[in-house]
Write a protein that binds this ligand. Sequence first.
Ligand SMILES: [Zn+2]
Ligand SMILES: [Zn+2]
Length: 98
Amino acid sequence: MTQRDPNLVFRSRYTLKHTDGGYQFTFYCAYCDFCYTAGWIFIDSVEEARVLAEKEARLAFNGCQCCGKWVCNDHYDMQEMMCIKCMKTVETKADSKE
Ligand SMILES: [Zn+2]
Ligand SMILES: [Zn+2]
């Protein structure tokens, strides 16, 4: 189990399929093609559907505490709660401190 900041806004690339009154969102990792497809949601507006789909999808991703990107497990450092790109930046900074 990873800790997740409930206040971190979920935002990621997504694609949307829709039929009569139904919406299905697929969300993607910021760095690769890992995706999570939320179940079909039958609701009046696409905005409401997106909110519900995001609630479901955010559990499949990890939010970077540093840059706010949402990434898959492979692109996330559970210990530091940062995406691997931010980890690299931090490491580079630490190396050139003197
Ligand atoms: Zn990824
Ligand atoms: Zn990051």
